[in-house]
Design a protein around this ligand. Structure first.
Ligand SMILES: [Mn+2]
Length: 286
């Protein structure tokens, strides 16, 4: 793909603004309506095929009451010989989708986004994925690469932390780990964020999007605090495409061929069993 830096920067800037001014947004929460459909994906990590499939199947233009949740799109495993990785492209396509359907496309801030914003290293197979991502931007945009990266970082910073539906479904990238939920600052969803909120280990945003291996009890107490019937997250890799972590926490993964997504009716209430029965495989899509 050959794209001008102007076009890419403009798409990220407009998508950033759409994230910020969305009438569905209240601080760091997106509140969905009580009718229509919600299609939830898990981590995508530059899985182009699943990304293309879900966009084709969701057909947002012909289904104006359908909402699509996307997260952790960046940092895949397609490194070139020089160590550069091109997942800025999937992020750009998602930003364009947001520009086209601002009321229907919703993102969730993920830990890889935060790492890229901070330029911190997450290592995959001995390579820093953040450096590889930047190298990919550099390769595509040369002297304009810094401007493109600034637009990307602003876009990532504009992503909400959670999406709440009136039917009791609450989506976020992850849940704080065991031992963190008791003191967790649940106000981060309802107030502007500052630097310390993102701080490594101690910041509540960091804890929310980095939490791993939390027990079903921790997940249940998180669900109660956010008044959710079921919290749907990604973040923890799932070979089978999903995991039920107790009655109130469903983890889904969309970054491989057995990956799954979850289409639900916003007008219907579901318990865990009902949600699991609605999970669909990307492999089953055209
Ligand atoms: Mn993650």
């Amino acid at each position: 793909m050959s794209l001008s830096s102007e076009r890419v920067i403009e798409a990220f800037n407009i998508a950033t603004e759409e994230n910020e001014i969305s009438p569905l947004r209240e601080f760091n929460l997106v509140k969905l309506p009580s009718e229509g459909e919600l299609w939830i994906t898990g981590d995508m990590h530059d899985h182009r095929r699943n990304f293309e499939k879900i966009i084709r199947a969701a057909d947002l233009g012909n289904n104006p009451r359908r909402h699509l949740v996307l997260h952790e799109l960046i940092h895949g495993d397609r490194f070139d010989g020089s160590g550069a990785e091109g997942s800025w492209e999937i992020l750009f396509e998602a930003a364009e989708l947001k520009c086209d359907y601002p009321g229907q496309v919703h993102f969730l801030l993920a830990n890889h986004d935060l790492a890229q914003i901070h330029g911190e290293g997450i290592m995959k197979a001995g390579l820093s994925v953040c450096e590889a991502f930047s190298a990919g931007v550099k390769q595509a945009f040369n002297s304009s690469a810094d401007h493109v990266e600034v637009a990307i970082k602003q876009f990532l910073l504009s992503l909400p932390l959670a999406i709440q539906a009136p039917n009791g479904i609450f989506c976020c990238h992850s849940i704080p780990a065991d031992g963190q939920v008791e003191t967790f600052d649940f106000n981060i969803f309802h107030r502007p964020l500052t630097g310390p909120d993102y701080a490594r280990r101690t910041g509540p945003v960091y804890q929310l999007i980095w939490g791993r291996y939390m027990s079903p009890e921790t997940a249940t107490s998180f669900a109660e605090k956010v008044e959710a019937v079921v919290v749907v997250t990604g973040h923890q890799p799932q070979e089978e495409g999903y995991q039920v972590n107790g009655p109130r926490h469903l983890i889904i993964a969309s970054d491989h061929n057995q990956g799954m997504f979850l289409p639900v009716d916003l007008g219907e209430r579901y318990e865990m069993e009902g949600l699991v029965s609605r999970l669909r495989k990307f492999a089953g899509l055209e």
